[in-house]
Design a binder for this molecule. Structure first.
Ligand code: ADP
Ligand code: MG
Ligand code: MG
Length: 207
């Protein structure tokens, strides 16, 4: 079980890890986008961090919805509305709980992914964050259903997300700025898939 305070700690740690990987995420976006993914994510999570102190004692749904709204309103790039929608949807799906288990996480992640697909009109295989998130969710679900061990499931989810990043190198971008490059996007990993995997890694390290 993960309680509200733990969720806040995890979000703080995601923010710190994004600050640490800011230049790397930006470099990746320099190659196939406009070189601001790390900057966008760092800006958004800095604003999230400011809100976290006031969220102590709130339920998990409210915490995640606040994170989502903050990302939508502070990140200019495509990733702001996409991750923002993801966190808002996850918050709505998990609801007013102060403790969550693996099943709640899966319900939240499913809602997050549907939100990204709806907002970005994207599917798996278009070289986006979805290429890390969808295989990760599938691996987590399968493992959790089979063994009822969330930590083990999440570890497999991270591995699937890492494979997803590798997969993005082999495909042409058909959504977002990278799609302007056409075939020239081949061989390069997607920045959003990379930041999505980073978030899952942090969660896995803290569960
Ligand atoms: P921008 O492209 O506006 O500068 P960012 O650089 O912060 O925004 O984010 C780029 C990332 O957003 C991409 O690497 C990709 O993973 C993701 N992305 C872009 N467009 C879409 C979309 N339509 N659906 C899903 N993800 C997308
Ligand atoms: Mg960009
Ligand atoms: Mg931009």
């Amino acid at each position: 079980m993960t309680d509200s305070n733990k969720v806040i700690e995890i979000l703080k740690q995601i923010g710190e890890q994004i600050q640490m990987e800011k230049d790397f995420l930006t470099e990746l976006d320099n190659v196939i986008g406009d070189g601001d993914h790390g900057i966008n994510m760092a800006r958004g999570f800095k604003e999230v961090e400011k809100k976290l102190a006031d969220l102590s004692g709130k339920d998990i749904g409210s915490i995640l919805k606040t994170v989502g709204m903050t990302l939508v309103s502070t990140v200019g790039g495509a990733s702001g509305p996409l991750y923002g929608t993801a966190f808002m949807r996850a918050g709505s799906a998990i609801g007013a709980k102060t403790e969550m288990d693996g099943g709640d996480f899966i319900i939240g992640m499913e809602a997050a992914i549907s939100g990204i697909e709806m907002r970005g009109k994207a599917h798996e295989g278009e070289k986006t964050m979805l290429d890390a998130l969808i295989p990760a969710l599938n691996a987590i679900k399968k493992s959790y259903e089979e063994n009822n061990d969330f930590k083990a499931a999440l570890t497999l989810g991270v591995e699937a997300a890492e494979k997803g990043i590798e997969y993005t190198k082999t495909i042409i971008a058909t959504k977002g700025r990278a799609s302007y490059l056409g075939e020239r996007s081949l061989g390069h990993q997607d920045p959003g898939a990379t930041s999505a995997c980073l978030m899952l890694k942090v969660i896995n390290s803290m569960i």
